[in-house]
Each structure stands twice: as C-alpha cells, then as structure tokens.
Ligand binder design. Structure first.
Ligand code: KG4
Ligand code: ZN
Length: 352
C-alpha cells in the first residue's frame, strides 16, 4: 500500500451530493458539493425519492469536476470511499454503489465510512497535529451525541438526545415561526438582531447528572408561547429566535464542558451542521477559554454535510489497514463504535 495514498470520497447520505479527493497528509486536493436545499424547500424537509434521484443525476458530473480540477485520473486513486450510513437508504446506495464499482473497476480498495465519524473527525481536518483526544460534541440535523474521542475508531458514547436532535429542533421551531427550511441558518441570522433574554425558554436536562439531552420540551414551549403573543409574534421574531437559540446553545455548551471536566480532558471538539451556528461558536470559544480548554471547531465549510470529512475519516481507516469488502452493505442506522452509555452514566457529573 502507498504511504501517501490518494483517496476519493463520495457523500450522499441525505440531501447534499459531494465528492472530495485527499492525499496521505489529509490535505484536500479537491472538494465539490451540490446542495439540494432549493429542491426540497417547497416541501419543508427532505423528500427521500427526490434526494436519491438528484444524487444519481449529479454525482458523475461532480466526480468529473473534482478529477479535472485536480488534474488526476481514476487510475491515480489509491482507494475509493463512500458514506455507508447513517442516512437515507436510497441516497446512501447511490454513493456507495458508485464507490464500490470504481474500486472494482480500478482494482483498488473500498472504504465504507460512517457519516458520524466524518463529522466527529472534521474539526481536525487539515490540522498538522491531527486528532486530539477529548470531549466531542456532534450536533447535526439527525444527531446530538457527546463522545469521548480517544483515538481513531475509539469513541465511547457519553450521551445522546432522548428525542429531537438539536438541528431538528432548530428546523421544527423555524417552521412554527414560518421560516424556510433548513431553519437553523435562518434562526441564526434573525437572532443577531434579537434579545437572547427576551423569553425564558427551559434548559431541559442541563443539570440532569448525565450526558443525555432533550430538546422536545423547548419546541413545545415555543408552540404554547406563540399563540399568547398574537399579532406581536411577527415583530418579536428576532427576540424569539435569539431566546430559543440561547437556550439550545446554553445546554450544548454546558453539557460538553461538564463532559470535558468529567473526563479530565484538555480538549473539546465540536462538529455537525449546528456547529455552524455563530452564537454556539462564540459561546464555546468564550467558555472554553475561561475553563482553560483547547477548542477545536470544524471549519464552517465542513460543518454541514460534505465529502472532505468522509475522505479524512477514510484516510484514518486506510492508514489502519481497515478496508471494507466490496459486498459491504449500507446501513441507514449505522452506529459509531462506542461503549454503551450505561457504562459511563453511573459516574456523577461534577458541577462546573
Ligand atoms: O450535518 P448536517 O448538514 O446534516 C445532518 O447530518 O443532519 O446538519 C444539518 C442541520 C440542519 O438541522 C440545519 O438546520 C442545521 O444543521 N444548521 C444550523 C445552522 N446551519 C445548519 N443550525 C443552527 N445554526 C446554523 N447556522
Ligand atoms: Zn451530517
């Protein structure tokens, strides 16, 4: 196996079609994304059938674009990777089938990559020191996970959401407020002109003594508040967004710092679509600095779904010699390799 492999990665787990090419140092030589947001916006969420059809139409031109832009051909590639789960089955199949076909045709290895591992490792993408062990928050549209990042492939789970993912809460609340899909960026934008203390939203499970999250109460609270505002709701939109966002950010940051403290970690990493949120990034920066913790935030371009993070995770697998068979299936519910949460939940969470 080459010491400095070229890895081509495909990401089609949801509504972004993406291709990236990285070299053995983890440097991204090329990366292209075709967003389907405008296609799904009229429906207020992702329509699986539409998503897979679009992946099928867009993946080959995107692949060609990355090869052309980097001046490489398929024969130069040392391994082909694709997201194998979690995600929408009909979407996952497009990227994984193409990656496996290319691996077969070029007689090169195939790497089936966990989408969550891609997000988890994305804060370290392109960093000369590589992965840093510590407390890791993965916060996206489908997942809210707190993990102990110990090293490549070793991510014991500390806690996860018991109901809605944080991004899902952003999207559902945005819908209640009449904002377009996806709601997270809209709430982020409107919140900049609002007062985060205007409304006192609940901080569910902030001091629950474990690392679990719950966001459905926050959403319900917004549901009952809106009718009481009557005609004022529209003019209070920035305040509503800022106050809701403040509650989500407070819970996420507090519990992640509790986890770092519990682990005795010096490093905190934050990834996933919601980690693009400007207030979340600012509060993490401020509170990690106060606590003397090193903060690793995914670059904004690598927060929402992309293939660069899949290429980077694939590189770790390649270097560990962990290849996947060509009959490796997709798994819409693929979990990260972790210990059961119960094994860690018995330890009390120390106060900050
Ligand atoms: O990681 P991602 O692209 O897809 C999943 O794997 O789920 O995350 C998408 C989620 C959506 O819920 C979207 O509303 C949220 O990330 N998001 C944001 C922001 N940008 C994207 N949430 C809050 N603030 C943002 N700026
Ligand atoms: Zn994602």
């Amino acid at each position: 196996m080459p010491a400095f492999p070229l890895i081509l990665a495909l990401e089609t787990s949801c509504d972004e079609t993406a291709v990236a090419l990285c070299d053995g140092s983890g440097a991204m030589l090329g990366s292209a994304i075709s967003s389907q947001i405008p296609d799904h916006q009229p429906y207020g969420g992702v329509v699986p059938e539409l998503a897979s059809r679009n992946h099928l139409l867009r993946i080959r031109p995107l692949l060609q674009q990355v090869l052309d832009e980097t001046g490489r051909s398929l024969q130069d590639i040392d391994a082909f990777a694709a997201t194998a789960g979690p995600g929408l089955a009909s979407s996952l199949l497009i990227g994984s089938t193409l990656a496996k076909s290319l691996a077969l045709a070029c007689a090169k290895p195939y790497l089936a990559i966990n989408h969550l591992e891609g997000h988890l490792l994305s804060p370290f993408l392109g960093k000369p020191d590589g992965l840093r062990p510590g407390a890791a928050l993965v916060v996206s549209g489908g997942h809210t996970l707190l993990l102990h990042l110990r090293g490549p492939g070793d991510y014991p789970l500390l806690g996860r959401t018991r109901d809605d993912a944080a991004g899902e809460a952003f999207d559902k609340v945005a819908r209640m407020l009449g904002l377009p899909y996806p709601g997270g960026p809209e709430i982020d934008r409107l919140a900049r002109c609002g007062d985060p203390q205007a409304f006192d939203f609940p901080r569910s499970m902030k001091h629950s003594g474990d690392f679990a999250f719950s966001f459905s109460g926050l959403k319900t609270s917004m549901f009952y508040l809106l009718p009481t505002l009557g005609d004022q709701a529209a003019s209070r939109l920035p305040d509503l967004c800022a106050s809701f966002q403040e509650a989500v950010v407070d819970i996420l940051v507090t519990k992640t710092l509790q986890a770092a403290h519990h682990l005795g970690a010096r490093d905190v990493s934050v990834s996933g679509g919601v980690s693009c949120n400007s207030r979340l990034r600012a509060v993490f920066a401020q509170r990690c600095a106060q606590a003397g913790l090193a903060l690793h935030l995914a670059a904004p371009a690598h927060t929402t779904d992309n293939a660069a993070m899949i290429a980077y995770a694939a590189l770790q697998r390649f270097q560990a010699g962990q290849f996947s068979p060509l009959d490796a299936d997709i798994d819409p519910n693929l979990a990260l390799p972790s210990l059961p949460a119960e094994s860690l939940a018995s330890s009390p969470v120390p106060p900050l």
